[in-house]
Design a protein around this ligand. Structure first.
Ligand code: PHE
Length: 492
């Protein structure tokens, strides 16, 4: 680079460099730009870059420059003999150029057909404009006649490129040698006065700092945090979700999922092998109540009426929903009943076939609200307010079925991007036999709702495959470079 810089300075000492004076062809344009920038930063030169279109010839055009255009060559062949040229011989004498030459010679009115021959239609040889124009382009890189240039481009005879040149002038610090620039001013230089004869490198306040390496929150964590803040703002308390393993009792039986229910099948739920069983719950009365509701009914419920199996209830599972956590918390609330709001956001497990939108483990966002004399209208009203805080303004509810809620509703939101209603959650009012068996008073009603954390995150980050979000195929750049999340119109 220093050599290149000296060459530039040397050339400048004679005259300013304009775009034709000195050619640096063969020098990497980046290196040239770097050399000039560095000289400019020392005020040794001033420069401006000039970019112009530069046309080059295709191999076919090169041939035309050398031998003349196809049409003129055809005319030459036709006028060679007084008899003209047999149509059948055009290909023989001119090869591949024959066909095109014939076409263009006709178009120019240079030849005409007489029987099976081509004969000349001009008294003297016309100028070969194509060859002339191409010759001009070959030497100057361009052509004054823009229309003709476009025509030649259409004929695939010329290719457009860019020619980069610089106009360089002397700067205020112009010199023929490049002084070493000091970067550090030391106490010694100050003491012995050496600084006076030294040149210092100017500060570059525009330089970008080196990127800092730092940790990054996973998109799921960012969206999770956003939801947590919404819950806190609405007066919810966070439930402890640190138990991934639950007994069938807490995950299913307390929620009146009957023991024959397909959700409890091996195909749907992961069962723990070791240890295989939990201890019965400490609240013996609750255990008994749940048993009775299943087997014969209680609290106004007629029950499922099947022989309820305690061993089945104690089998350990990876929790399939965070409603297992809500049950624990509501059971605790029964010790001191009253209005309350709880939420959780954590992992659940289902034995699902993995595809673009399903994994065997995902996260649920769950909320429960307990208050006296709540109605379904309260639940719908709450949902509207909750989702509004996420920027979701259009909701629809569809009747659904859950063993533990009645009525139950699926929640749909309008997705402007996809232009359709998409299911975002499930909700309902917990059944009386679920709440009363815990010891909660009859008039304390409890709403519950759940949604996945992955779905809004995928919408937010415009992902179509869940494996880009979770698992070993996740791109770490994606995790590190994504901006902080705001839940807004994206979810509407
Ligand atoms: N547990 C439900 C699910 O997994 C969500 C839900 C929670 C529904 C509470 C109603 C009440 O989809």
């Amino acid at each position: 680079m220093a050599e290149l810089q000296l060459a530039i300075l040397q050339a400048l000492s004679v005259a300013p460099i304009d775009d034709t004076a000195v050619s640096f062809a063969g020098v990497d344009p980046n290196v040239l730009q770097g050399a000039l920038s560095s000289l400019a930063s020392r005020s040794m030169v001033k420069f401006a870059s000039i970019e112009v279109d530069f046309w080059t010839l295709t191999p076919e055009a090169d041939e035309i420059v050398e031998k003349g255009s196809h049409e003129i060559r055809l005319l030459d062949e036709v006028t060679k003999s007084l008899d003209g040229l047999k149509l059948a011989d055009v290909g023989k004498v001119l090869g591949a150029a024959g066909k095109l030459g014939q076409l263009r010679a006709f178009k120019n009115g240079w030849v005409k057909k007489e029987g099976d021959k081509l004969v000349s239609n001009v008294s003297e040889k016309p100028a070969d404009a194509t060859a002339k124009d191409l010759k001009t382009i070959k030497t100057t890189g361009t052509l004054g006649d823009a229309k003709e240039l476009a025509e030649l481009r259409k004929r695939k005879l010329v290719i457009k490129g860019k020619l980069l040149s610089y106009k360089v002038e002397k700067g205020s610090e112009f010199a023929l040698e490049i002084k070493k620039l000091e970067t550090d001013l030391t106490p010694e230089m100050l003491l012995n006065g050496a600084w006076k004869d030294m040149s210092f490198k100017p500060y570059n306040f525009n330089a970008e700092g080196a990127p800092t390496r730092s940790g990054a929150l996973h998109p799921l964590n960012k969206v999770r945090e956003e939801f947590r803040q919404i819950f806190f703002a609405m007066g919810f308390t966070e439930m402890a979700t640190n138990k991934f393993v639950e007994s069938g009792f807490w995950n299913f039986d307390t929620l009146f999922v009957p023991q024959q229910h397909p959700a409890r099948d091996l195909q749907d739920t992961f069962y723990i092998k070791d240890p295989i069983k939990a201890d019965p719950p400490a609240d013996k009365e609750y255990w008994k109540n749940v048993h009775e509701v299943h087997e014969k009914g209680k609290y106004g419920s007629i029950g499922y009426r099947y022989p309820w199996n305690a061993d089945e209830s104690l089998r350990l599972v990876l929790r399939t929903h965070t409603t297992a956590v809500s049950t624990h918390v509501l059971h605790k609330l029964a010790e001191n009943p009253g209005p309350a709001r709880f939420f959780s956001i954590d992992r659940v497990f289902r034995n699902e076939a993995v595809d673009a939108t399903h994994l065997a483990e995902f996260h649920q966002i769950e909320g429960v609200i307990a208050d006296y004399d709540l109605t379904l209208g309260d639940l719908i009203g709450f949902m509207d307010r909750f989702f509004k805080r996420m920027g979701v303004n259009k909701l629809r509810f569809k009747p659904a079925y859950n063993p533990y809620t009645e009525p139950s509703m699926e929640i749909f939101s309008w997705h402007a991007g996809l232009n359709k209603w998409i299911e975002i959650g499930n909700s309902g009012m917990f059944r009386p036999e679920m709440l009363e068996s815990m010891g909660l008073p009859k008039d304390l009603r409890v709403h519950g709702f759940g949604l996945s954390l992955e779905r809004p995150t995928m919408i937010k980050y415009k992902l179509s495959n869940i494996r880009e979000l979770v698992g070993h195929k996740v791109n770490l750049d994606f995790i590190e470079n994504n901006p902080a999340v705001r839940l807004d119109e994206d979810l509407v």
